[in-house]
Write a protein that binds this ligand. Structure first.
Ligand code: DGJ
Length: 773
């Protein structure tokens, strides 16, 4: 609910457990009065409903006073006396920065805000918008706010329009952020060393306590095959930033960050999250000033993405989701899990069980034949698999990664009956049929490239840099988008495909277009993303029943912007179970488990050579959307029996595992032995499955207490468990936990785990509330 102040342009956005209060001061400064735990709506000047103690008074900063650099403004144009990193840098045709806003109107309207061509949530019941004029220009700035109260998420959106009548009045937009979020000096106090462990370590290293903001920043960072490790660091004076100039959000950083006081833990304390609904170049920065106050910006990366705004034109920054929780980082994850599961995931796939899939990649790589794939499908079906995915290698002359991207005709030497006969054969096995494609790419060695050499991104006079032997198609071009949407639609229709894996295996370079209007090459990174979202929107809406899985060399470009098209995403090319512990743990900060693809693969593992036992591999993958990527014909009888039983177990508990509330319990990056634990709890808290792992044994360790979370403290639970080594040995005997045990005891006292003196130890515990107690 959005409530307006009686007289002033102050609006209180009231969510389930939080309030977001924003106003405009002096008609010029949009500013944040409060974002955090719920407070009464600010509706009157006196008595109940009066504004909270204001962070500042307008009178404190007369025009021209450089002190505006410390105001908690919500959006700032560069050029005046606010010297912090701005939200927008816009220059007139003389090159002068234009910075002064004038509020024209503020309104609350029903329904969601008008969205741009970029991904957005269209479910809000009402929205607030501020319309500003940039003084003495035809530029208009529209800031909108919509709320998803149930999940404590505020959605912000920014549009810059040139409404000038003068045809020569073009502006250059050199920086465009989706949000600016000011936060006051944090709980550690301005200018003092915050108490967080990370900060103390940093300060100790420097030999003296450093001045800090009292805030810590958590980001998800990594590389190919090491995606989304969580990093938490104390903010020091100056700017801490993550971003991407790679044309996609990348494996390196995820366009999401959390700001927390040092004492916030997984389950306690305040946590503020900022997530961009965008998959291209981005910047998220946190700037701490001399008082310890912090300002965060999140939006388009200004190094790569700039615009010319001619009269009549507008540009939209990506939508940004702001989440708040008082229940620590795990509580914040629930805000974003709710956003993904209930708002971003395509409607047909919300809460819909995802099939157990078997993917051909690690089984066959490029060496696919009709007979082999059918055999793999037949053997998989006997194990209980539900979907067979034919990965790379089925088209053109694709025998390795040097050729044929763009030539999406089936290779008849490999599949003589075409995809239709293969799909028919797979369907006869009562399996769904899935197919891999990489639509955004073209190989230099392809019919497509020979016919349309200018269809790839390139800059005249620069070499066309290849990566994995491929170039990137120019999706800013309408004919390229049409071609792509046409062949995909025709293919899915003709073959009868149930699932598509949409891959993207390189970053963008030489990002220019043969058709960009004069002077507008710097818009191409953004126009590429607009084009990509347009094709994705078209194809996924045309086939709502087809399950689309995103992929980008594993878990690159796994971000909120992809979630409206892909109900699930391939989390990482690294399928080693030990390596997957931190990858899945980190991914869980932002993504619910149904979105996180996790496969059991063969050993020795193809990425790291490790041979983890089957029980361990199977249980670790259950943190995500569970499947297989191996040749089932190579399994021993014992292994096949284990997998058949594990699939049965998974299918029985699938609804809970895929859609229950997720709780992180132990961070695998903390201990030498990589101890790791999580659990999922049903929405009514009557059922839970918990996992605990210690991949590397350590000598002379005592048993540990395993403290759970998310249960009902007042209910009693009974449970049964199995160990990884029992699953690996083929035993299916569940051990009775004893009890009943109260939820409070399981969470606050914990279960004693005995010492485990072998590698790859682990436990899977199933709990059910006792109906009679
Ligand atoms: C990269 C993906 O991450 C893999 O799973 C596989 O699909 C290959 N591409 C195929 O080329």
């Amino acid at each position: 609910m959005i409530e307006k102040h009686q007289t002033e342009p102050i609006y209180s956005i009231q969510l389930k457990q939080s309030s977001y209060v924003v106003g405009v001061a002096a008609g010029r400064f949009p500013y944040l009065l409060h974002w955090g735990a719920s407070i009464p709506a600010v509706t009157r000047e006196d008595g109940p409903g009066r504004p909270p103690l204001r962070a500042f008074e307008v009178a404190d900063f007369p025009e021209g006073d450089a002190s505006s650099s410390s105001l908690p403004v919500e959006y700032a144009l560069f050029g005046g006396a606010d010297y912090r990193a701005p939200s927008v840098l816009v220059r007139d045709r003389e090159g002068a920065p234009r910075s002064t806003l004038e509020l024209l109107e503020s309104t609350v309207q029903s329904g969601p805000p008008e969205l741009s061509a970029l991904p957005g949530v269209d479910a809000a019941e009402e929205h607030l918008s501020f319309l500003f004029r940039v003084a003495e220009t035809g530029l208009r700035l529209v800031l909108t706010y919509a709320a998803l109260p149930e999940i404590d998420v505020v959605l912000r959106h920014v549009r810059l329009e040139n409404r000038s009548d003068d045809p020569a009045a073009a502006y250059s937009v050199e920086r465009l952020m989706s949000v600016t979020v000011p936060v006051e000096a944090g709980r550690g106090g301005a200018g003092r060393a915050p108490g967080g462990a990370a900060h103390q370590a940093a300060a100790a290293g420097a030999g003296a306590p450093a001045a800090g903001s009292g805030w810590e920043l958590l980001t998800l960072d990594g590389a190919h095959a090491r995606e989304r490790y969580p990093h938490r660091t104390a903010l020091r004076p100056g700017t801490t930033a993550i971003g991407s100039r790679r044309g996609s959000s990348s494996h390196r950083h995820t366009p999401w960050a959390a700001l927390v006081p040092p004492d916030t833990s997984e389950h306690r304390g305040e946590a503020y999250g900022v997530g961009l609904l965008y998959s291209g170049d981005f910047l998220i920065e946190a700037e701490v000033d001399e008082e310890g106050a912090c300002r965060m910006n999140a939006g388009l990366h200004p190094d790569t993405t700039r615009f010319t705004l001619a009269p009549g034109e507008a540009v939209d920054a990506p939508q940004c989701a702001l989440g708040f929780s008082r229940d620590g980082l795990n509580g914040l994850s629930h805000c974003f899990h709710g956003l993904v599961a209930d708002y971003l995931t395509p409607a047909a796939w919300r809460g819909r069980p995802r099939p157990v899939l078997l993917n051909s990649w690690e089984a066959a790589y490029f060496d696919v034949t009709e007979a082999d794939i059918l055999e793999i499908g037949r053997t998989g079906a006997q194990l209980g698999v539900e979907l067979l995915v034919l990965d790379d290698g089925w088209f053109g002359e694709r025998n390795d990664d040097t050729t044929s991207l763009g030539d999406w005709q089936v290779n008849r030497k490999k599949l003589p009956g075409g995809l239709e006969r293969l799909a028919g054969g797979i369907h006869e096995l009562r399996l769904q049929f899935g197919l891999w494609v990489e639509p955004e790419m073209v190989s230099r060695d392809s019919e497509l490239y020979r016919a349309h050499p200018d269809w790839c991104l390139h800059v005249a006079g620069e070499p066309r840099l290849e990566s994995r032997n491929q170039l990137v198609l120019d999706l800013s071009r309408a004919e390229v988008r049409d071609w792509m949407a046409d062949w995909l639609t025709e293919l899915i229709d003709r073959v009868g495909i149930d699932y598509i894996k949409w891959d993207m295996n390189r970053y963008l370079s030489n990002v220019g277009s043969a058709v960009a209007p004069a002077g507008r090459q710097a818009e191409v990174p953004y126009r590429y993303m607009e084009g990509l979202y347009a094709v994705l929107g078209l194809v996924t809406e045309r086939f709502p029943e087809v399950l689309f899985e995103g992929c980008s060399g594993g878990g690159g470009r796994f971000d909120l912007g992809m979630m409206p098209y892909f109900p699930q995403y391939w989390t990482s090319d690294n399928t080693d179970a030990v390596s997957r512990l931190p990858i899945q743990y980190g991914s869980s900060y932002l993504f619910p488990q149904a979105a996180v693809g996790a496969h059991v693969t063969s050993v020795p593992n193809h990425q790291v050579g490790r041979s983890a036992p089957l029980g361990f591999r199977s249980m670790v993958a259950m943190a995500g959307n569970w499947g297989f990527e191996l040749d089932p014909r190579e399994l021993s009888e014992r292994e096949a029996a284990i997998i058949r039983a594990e699939i049965g177990w998974y299918r029985e508990h699938r609804a809970l595992l895929q859609f229950g509330s997720f709780y992180r319990l132990e961070n695998p990056l903390v201990s030498y032995s990589r101890e790791s634990s999580w659990l999922v709890v049903s929405r009514d808290r009557s059922e839970a499955v918990a996992f605990w792992f210690r991949p590397f044994a350590e000598a002379n360790r005592r048993g540990v207490r395993w403290r759970l979370a998310g249960l009902d403290p007042d209910r009693y639970y009974r449970g049964s468990y199995m160990r990884t080594e029992e699953v690996s040995s083929g035993s299916r005997e569940e051990h009775d936990l004893g009890g009943p045990l109260s939820g409070a005891e399981l969470m606050h006292r914990g279960l004693p785990l005995p010492p485990m003196e072998q590698d790859y130890a682990g436990i899977r515990l199933h709990l059910r509330a006792d109906a009679h107690l």
